[in-house]
Design a protein around this ligand. Structure first.
Ligand SMILES: *[C@@H]1O[C@H](CO)[C@@H](O)[C@H](O)[C@H]1NC(C)=O
Ligand SMILES: *[C@@H]1O[C@H](CO)[C@@H](O)[C@H](O)[C@H]1NC(C)=O
Ligand SMILES: CC(=O)N[C@H]1CO[C@H](CO)[C@@H](O)[C@@H]1O
Length: 539
């Protein structure tokens, strides 16, 4: 034999090794991100998907179809687009962005195809342009980890390459690691401040294999305010080259598609600290639960002033202040970065309790706070369908969804002339008959004196007095009130509201029924226009 193999290296083994190498090369070209410049085309969408879908904008204006069936969106046949991807275009190297300027496309047969081919084995949301430039920070606490976090891990975590979860205790949840945000707090507080008694309690319970979710949550809240500043520093240390840092709570849904579209319009070299702005005494800050956004430049400014003396100051102030998001506002103010408002892109309600008013309509939706795991799942399904339906080879994820679109998905199919055992949170106007056996109210009516109750009643007109008798009479009072779009009735009380909310199911024993004046809802929708320009505005 001319070819002698080294001892122990049979032809079979050689073949196996060769096959493994081949697999590795194939894997690298298909799955690993190319480093450097984003290969995506970042051009914003010319018009919204909705108008494209309708084909003709005049039709869109006069559209009165409330019955858009989103389940059909899933059935759209994209096979023709997908077969295109079977022959993967090599991921463009970092030189290719310059290549475009010189007019040398990587494949002359497909001029302009500078994008990365869609990879069906990776979630579409993870392949959106700019995904790798963002660090998402989720703040949670050890007592709520198993109640709130898993839903984020089976949805958002699939989209975000750079995700960091901070808690008050280091632990693993499935394949995910949770960092302890508080392990570097000065011993003077960590070992002596009363807020940290609970910190040590949960660590002890955890070490003994105890279920810390059984421990009190109010104490967890007191610890929570210590996290925001250390979290930001830890995230920056881990990802110093990231362009953006976005922080949310575990009960916040993050609209990833829209976030990336917003960020692609902004420059990370500009100082930016944005969110839903509130005041605390003299401090303006971005509320933590609704999420806040920091550019790399802003974080660098924060890092620049982060000296040991300053950290000591921050910890001293944290020990007396209410909240961690306020403390971050204090720190960013010292770093010379003023907070800017991004409401309503960042806002506090889940879809069921949002009041769908004009300021929201043409704005992209980025955060929804106070979401239950159910809401996260529903928003996730909506967003996944949206990404899929609007995906194009050239501009993946380039179409933002607006509150208007969420209205069509979450509200219109879920409102009706009458829904039994349903509370729609009406309450602009409340008609209640003063009576001994009155069902408890959810508002201040119960606390009023008998005289006040009687006086309120005496001021009502006949139709309004009659409205407390039945659901239909309550509807009649709503119809008589020019602005009323929805109402809810339970024996003895009729409540009207001008704005639209879905609300939620209630126990039959609460004897609640809700209704909407669908023509007025439709008229309201039409009066809001078609949102030619999505409002990505930051004040
Ligand atoms: C869209 O959904 C279809 C059907 O589930 C799937 O085959 C396709 O890969 C998806 N495309 C994108 C871009 O997500
Ligand atoms: C009723 O409508 C108003 C605005 O018109 C809104 O602020 C409010 O949230 C709605 N619901 C209740 C319970 O007031
Ligand atoms: C049962 C229920 O959902 N009640 C809500 C009705 O609306 C009021 C006012 O917004 C809320 O405070 C209740 O929780």
């Amino acid at each position: 034999m001319a070819l002698t193999l080294p001892r122990g290296l049979s032809l079979v083994k050689l073949t196996v090794i060769f096959a493994v190498i081949l697999c590795l090369v194939f894997f690298k070209s298909l799955f690993l991100p190319s480093s450097g410049v984003s290969p995506y085309n970042l051009a914003p969408a010319a018009e919204s998907w909705w108008h494209g879908f309708k084909g003709d904008s005049s039709a869109a204006v006069s559209d009165v179809d409330t019955e858009l069936d989103y389940s059909q969106l899933q059935d759209v046949d994209l096979t023709s687009e997908i077969t295109d991807f079977e022959d993967p275009v090599p991921a463009p190297s970092s030189a290719s962005s310059a290549g475009e300027a010189k007019g040398t496309a990587p494949r002359p047969t497909a001029p302009g195809r500078m994008y990365k081919p869609f990879d069906p084995s990776v979630p579409a949301c993870r392949q959106l342009p700019g995904a790798d430039r963002v660090v998402v920070i989720v703040k949670t606490g050890a007592t709520e980890v198993f109640a709130r976090l898993p839903q984020q891990l089976i949805t958002l975590a699939a989209c975000v390459p750079n995700l960091m979860i901070f808690s008050d205790m280091e632990q693993d949840v499935g394949q995910f690691h949770l960092y302890d945000a508080l392990d570097e707090i000065g011993p003077e507080y960590r070992d002596h401040h009363e807020d940290f008694d609970f910190y040590h309690d949960i660590h002890r319970a955890h070490a003994m294999h105890g279920d810390v979710s059984l421990l009190g949550s109010q104490k967890g809240w007191n610890l929570d305010k210590w996290k925001n500043i250390p979290m930001l520093h830890k995230a920056y240390t881990q990802y110093p080259k990231a362009d953006w840092f976005v922080t949310i709570d575990a009960d916040t849904y993050l609209g990833w598609t829209n976030l990336l579209l917003l960020l692609n319009r902004l420059n990370p070299e500009d100082p930016l600290y944005a969110g839903c702005v509130y005041w605390h005494g003299p401090t303006q800050f971005a509320q933590g639960g609704t999420g806040y956004l920091l550019s790399r430049n802003a974080v660098e400014k924060f890092e620049a002033i982060r000296t040991p003396e300053r950290i000591a100051d921050w910890e001293r102030e944290t020990s007396t202040i209410c909240c961690g998001d306020v403390m971050l506002g204090v720190a960013m103010g010292q770093a010379g970065v003023d907070v800017r408002g991004s409401w309503p892109m960042f806002q506090v309600e889940p879809p069921c309790s949002l009041s769908w008013t004009p300021p929201y309509w043409c704005s992209p939706a980025i955060t929804w706070h106070h979401v239950h795991t159910y809401d996260i799942q529903a928003l996730w399904e909506f967003e996944k369908t949206w990404i899929n339906r609007t995906w194009t080879d050239e501009n993946p994820g380039s179409v933002p969804y607006l509150y208007k679109d969420a209205f069509e998905y979450f509200v219109q199919p879920n409102i009706a002339d009458k829904k039994l055992d349903w509370n729609n949170y009406s309450g602009d106007k409340i008609f209640t008959k003063p009576a001994e056996d009155h069902v408890k109210e959810e508002h201040d009516w119960d606390h009023k004196s008998d005289e006040e109750k009687q006086q309120m009643w005496d001021e009502l007109n006949e139709l309004q007095k009659h409205s407390v008798e039945s659901f239909d009479a309550c509807r009649a009072a709503c119809l008589d009130d020019g602005d009323c779009k929805q109402f809810s009735w339970h024996p003895g009380t009729c409540k009207l509201n001008e704005s639209i909310k879905v609300g939620h199911a209630v126990e039959t024993s609460e004897e609640y029924a809700s209704g909407w004046v669908l023509e007025r809802v439709q008229a309201f929708k039409e009066s809001q226009g078609t949102c030619e320009e999505p409002r990505f505005s930051i004040d």
